[in-house]
Design a protein around this ligand. Structure first.
Ligand SMILES: CC(C)(COP(=O)(O)OP(=O)(O)OC[C@H]1O[C@@H](n2cnc3c(N)ncnc32)[C@H](O)[C@@H]1OP(=O)(O)O)[C@@H](O)C(=O)NCCC(=O)NCCS
Length: 335
């Protein structure tokens, strides 16, 4: 196993080539998928840099991994993304790399490893990651579906949803922006990001609360911009208390805009039932429409147990187009 520096152009290109080949096989379509600069920017993130690792045979990169090196919280655990090049599968390289990753994690005090396997539209429930993770002793932590909303949304559909949902939300004001959070909202926006980490549902997984402050939020914005992505944000403010109670993020690559991605959405529990999730999503879709980018679809991932969010997405016209499964394994006793 070798480490790869995101600033080493040749090694990074070899690393990215493996990930991209795996993605193209999975989706078997003209989707552009991850762009190299997106992974490079994430690898250089100030707060949660991604450690790039590769399994090589001679000079050939056959399997790659990215480890999310948390620095503020969740130091007992480590999230890993792992791919074997389609031409080199079923030769034990994935197993070898995952074993080495476990050792890497353990040496750094991590006592749990989690890993997402993503499935394309044709392989929901039967992607190779499932058999692989089970064979290597991992247990299911969460099963989620990828939903796609065809874009653009029809004006009639959008207006009908706004008319139907708005009466529930008269006690709230929606605020939207692109890119940087306004300074006056930064602290509250950071608190909502921290709340997201414990309030989003997982079937069989309990991450520790994340620690967010203004510095981390600014790093998040900087990394997203470095990825070449526009960050479209909407929040809901309680008209009585003046507090932010909900947020939703939508992002789109300016260089490969065919698929916009829904990132986090959260309504804190006391303010649920007011259709804020759907209304914030619509506000971001309005922002997306004004970018002028040639978007074909909006993609979102929802845990199968997150019934309220799935219902909102179905009302927006979402259809299942894949899956993402989270696996976890205990690496040994805590120090
Ligand atoms: C999942 C993946 C990483 C496996 O990589 P690999 O190098 O082919 O895996 P290995 O050869 O080390 O396989 C180890 C064991 O996993 C199981 N396995 C792997 N792929 C399998 C498949 N397609 N069908 C059934 N079992 C499979 C087998 O038990 C295998 O041992 P065996 O070959 O001795 O029977 C690869 O298919 C891939 O990149 N998939 C897309 C990305 C992904 O899902 N990553 C998440 C992993 S949690």
């Amino acid at each position: 196993m070798r480490t790869v520096e995101p600033t080493d152009d040749e090694a990074f290109a070899n690393w990215f080539n493996v990930l991209q080949a795996a993605e193209l096989l999975r989706d078997n379509e003209a989707a552009t998928g991850w762009q190299p600069d997106e992974w490079r920017a994430r690898a250089l993130d100030e707060i949660t840099p991604i450690q790039l690792l590769a399994w090589t045979v001679g000079d050939v990169f056959v399997a790659v991994a990215g480890l999310h090196m948390t620095t503020q919280d969740n130091l007992h655990t480590l999230r890993c993304d792992l791919y074997t090049h389609p031409e080199h599968r079923r030769r034990g390289y994935g197993r070898s790399l995952l074993g080495a990753v476990e050792g890497f994690a353990y040496e750094r005090g991590r006592r749990e490893l989690t890993c997402f396997s993503i499935e394309g539209a044709r392989e929901v429930g039967q992607g190779p990651g499932r058999a692989f993770a089970k064979a290597l002793g991992y247990e299911l932590a969460d099963d989620s579906r990828r939903f796609d909303i065809a874009w653009p949304l029809s004006r009639d559909q959008r207006d009908a949803l706004v008319d139907r949902w708005s009466p529930f939300a008269s006690g709230y004001e929606l605020i939207s922006w692109r890119g940087s959070t306004p300074d006056a909202l930064l602290d509250q926006r950071s608190e909502l990001a921290a709340a997201m980490s414990v309030l989003s549902p997982w079937a069989n997984y309990e991450p520790e609360a994340e620690r967010w402050d203004a510095t981390r939020m600014r790093a998040h914005e900087t990394t997203t911009a470095g990825m070449g992505r526009l960050l479209l944000v909407s929040v809901a403010r309680d008209r009585v208390t003046g507090r932010l109670v909900a947020f939703s993020e939508l992002t789109v690559s300016e260089v490969a805009p065919d698929t916009a991605y829904q990132w986090d959405t959260l309504v804190i529990p006391e303010h649920r039932g007011h259709r804020l999730g759907g209304l914030m999503k619509l506000a971001n879709l309005d922002q997306l429409g004004s970018t002028g980018l040639e978007v074909r679809r909006v993609t979102t991932f929802n845990s199968n147990i997150n019934e309220p969010m799935i219902r909102v997405n179905l009302e927006l016209g979402a259809r299942v187009h894949g899956a993402a499964v989270l696996w976890r394994r205990d690496l040994g006793p805590a120090l």
